[in-house]
Write a protein of this length. Structure first.
Length: 355
């Protein structure tokens, strides 16, 4: 603990000096992050996050859980809601799966150890990010996006089966503590939760965009630069990797890992289902390796997917900036209004569940 305080006391002044010394570079990087959030992240992820939240809060998740009980007990060694959360995380993407794990634990549907184990493999990228953001927006190829999605889904299944193997089956969850939510309340809470998660995701993108700008000014070799950026933040990492010749396998591995930005988000939103960092790091590394292998196999089967990828300058033309358009300004304004309304509602002790 003493060593941690000493390191913290040394890092804080150095960070302040770096902010003053490289203020212009960091500001440019943050502006790039804002453009990335406005043109790719928010349009592709927000609708799916809202939909997944509505499914969880409207009671549909519990209804589906009963049907998935036999399959979930056999494959994941979890109650039916575990399989439902896992499948929903594949649709919504990170960090929705992690937040649902915490919600299931708080509602008494999963034991804490079950929720922590489920959180290890229920935090991958969703189809909106892979197909629309990465495939269409960064690579200029929907086909490449679907190839990445297929590799990512298979890797998620393999990771889930691996970490579920050998664990005891517990069929009796704690008592259900969640109140019943009507459809109008479920819609409002889903929008508020998606807005909160979106603000968190964009904040991490902006933070690491500033770090990426500093690394870019250091004139690192392209391969080393892309590797470091991908390990830090997946969105900026994909933009960087999209310019390489072997873009698809590298992007598959980067998306499978998620970057330390995603790991921080998972640890933040999982709450009572927060897994150990070492286990989470191991699970994401396994997912990254499996994604790379499956992507390479798919490229051998479908070589035309690699040929369809647009790299270099074409990629930057695909990632357009919408921050100056009235539509994007209105969307951001509505997002802020919903988020602030949710915060005010929570402060007045009305029940609003956040992801």
């Amino acid at each position: 603990m003493k060593i941690q305080k000493i390191c913290l006391a040394a890092v804080v002044p150095l960070t302040a000096v770096l902010l003053l010394w490289k203020g212009g570079v960091i500001g440019a990087g943050i502006r790039t992050g804002i453009q990335l959030c406005g043109s790719v992240i928010i349009p592709s992820m927000f609708p799916f996050m809202m939909l997944s939240g509505f499914i969880a809060r409207s009671g549909l998740l519990l209804s589906v859980s009963r049907l998935l009980e036999p399959v979930s007990m056999r494959l994941l060694r979890l109650p039916g809601c575990g399989m439902a959360v896992f499948l929903l995380s594949l649709i919504a993407g990170y960090p929705v799966g992690a937040s649902l794990c915490g919600q299931m634990c708080a509602d008494g549907l999963l034991q804490p150890e079950q929720a922590k184990r489920l959180c290890l493999y229920s935090c991958g990228a969703g189809p909106a990010f892979l197909v629309l953001a990465v495939g269409q927006g960064m690579l200029g190829s929907i086909r490449a996006g679907y190839l990445l999605l297929g590799a990512h889904l298979l890797a998620a299944v393999c990771t889930a089966l691996l970490f579920a193997r050998g664990t005891p089956v517990q069929t009796q969850p704690a008592a259900l503590r969640r109140r019943q939510t009507g459809l109008p309340d479920a819609m409002v809470e889903s929008v508020a939760a998606a807005s909160s998660s979106m603000v968190l995701i964009c904040a991490f993108v902006l933070l690491f965009s500033g770090v990426v700008a500093i690394l870019r000014s250091a004139k690192l070799p392209v391969s080393a630069f892309c590797a470091v950026v991908s390990a830090l933040e997946v969105s900026n990492g994909c933009v960087c990797l999209a310019q390489l010749d072997a873009a698809l396998p590298c992007i598959a591995a980067a998306v499978g890992f998620g970057g330390f930005s995603v790991l921080c988000q998972i640890l933040s939103v999982s709450k009572t289902a927060r897994p150990r960092f070492r286990m989470l790091l191991l699970a994401r590394s396994v997912h990254a390796l499996c994604s790379l292998i499956f992507c390479q196999v798919f490229l051998w089967i479908f070589p035309s997917a690699q040929q369809a990828v647009q790299t270099g300058a074409t990629v930057h033309r695909q990632v357009q900036v919408f921050s100056a358009t009235p539509q994007f300004a209105l969307a951001l304004l509505l997002l802020c209004v919903v988020f602030l309304s949710a915060v005010y509602t929570r402060s007045t002790k009305r029940t609003v569940d956040f992801f």
